[in-house]
Design a protein around this ligand. Sequence first.
Ligand code: PSV
Ligand code: MN
Length: 426
Amino acid sequence: MRVTKDLIAGLNAGQLEQQAGAYTHLAGQLAEGGVDASQVVERLRDFQVAIPSWALGAGGTRFGRFSQPGEPGSLEQKIEDVGLLHALTGSAGAISLHIPWDIPQDYPAIRQQAASLGLAFDAVNSNTFQDPRGAPATYRYGSLSSTDPAARSQAVAHNIEVIGIGEKLGSKSLTVWLADGANFPGQANFQKALSLTVESLKQIYAALPNDWKLFIEYKPYEPNFYSTVIPDWGTSYMLAGECGPKAYTLVDLGHHLPNTNIEQIVATLMLKGKLGGFHFNDSKYGDDDLTVGSIKPYALFLIFNELVYGMAHNPQNPYPSWMIDASHNIKDPLEDLIQSLEAIREAYARALLVDRKALEAAREGHDPVGCQEILQSAFRTDVRPLLQQARLEAGAALQPLAAYRKLEVRKGLTRERGTRSVATGL
Ligand code: PSV
Ligand code: MN
């Protein structure tokens, strides 16, 4: 199924006048505060977020999984879904593959399909948290940190294979997330596990092409519940430093203990030039993988506030790689992703509106009340006309969710794929 530019233009037609009025009004207000709305719109248009290939079907919990009708049953169908998202939102211009869940068969055809939909291949993700079918060694007691040399070398070889797959697709980065850890006190020798991980990561790093990056993702718990080998940003930062300049930390918003100050972590990593990748989601308790912005939109705004500052002031930090890493248990995954993309852009737009000069002055003047007013006045701005303008200029839908429903996309996909197709992933 394809959503063409013509179809979208037809849907937008009836809303153009209203959009022009709303945008002109907001642009006028922003101009009074010295903000050029068209520049914000340009930044929004450029902000592309990768969609993980494993988030297009229904996600499961350990209690069960409720399939979605019309789930993509192949990599081609997953790319088709991301193409639909990109056509509607203008902001999902990349796909990130998890190996071995999504190993391409015909590389030129896959590349061609993605290019025809305006999609690039983002980071490739290795998987050493599940045992590969028929593999001689097991990851039951760890992968890159395992005390079993056979498990370690199998995990290293897998990562190198994933780099090879990524090279054939045009990806430029590898994300490593380890489930390695311990479920019980005393089970693991912390020092040994960390040293073995460094050794394994260095072997992977040595196989990294020159123009590639290695992203090291941390997580405090799950699936191991007592300890994790890479539990926090500090450990990831340390490992990245030991590997070398092409290695970076990846921040997944759900991978923090409750109430962690993530914006401060972002600021520190950018100052040190080591924030490489970012996984968006939202959570109430742990790694809940909920729709971005559905629980803590103000926290997301504060994180973007640091990202915007960091992107402007830290040339030592490369432009981070953005991805949504969420799981859709009851919502239609495509609707959920549209909501997430909207929330991300909304937080970004609001962060772009922060009056940084005034904020610095209020900080220097030791005026916490003033600082809060400045941040919250940006946060309270209804930026939707800016987001809509960015989409309009990109040929995307003014109202992507409404367009998705109006065009009955899920119905169309279900007609094509049936009600029983199942997507690979967790
Ligand atoms: C682990 O929880 C994680 O965030 C990693 O990024 C994995 O690759 C992904 O989720 C798997 O769903
Ligand atoms: Mn993640």
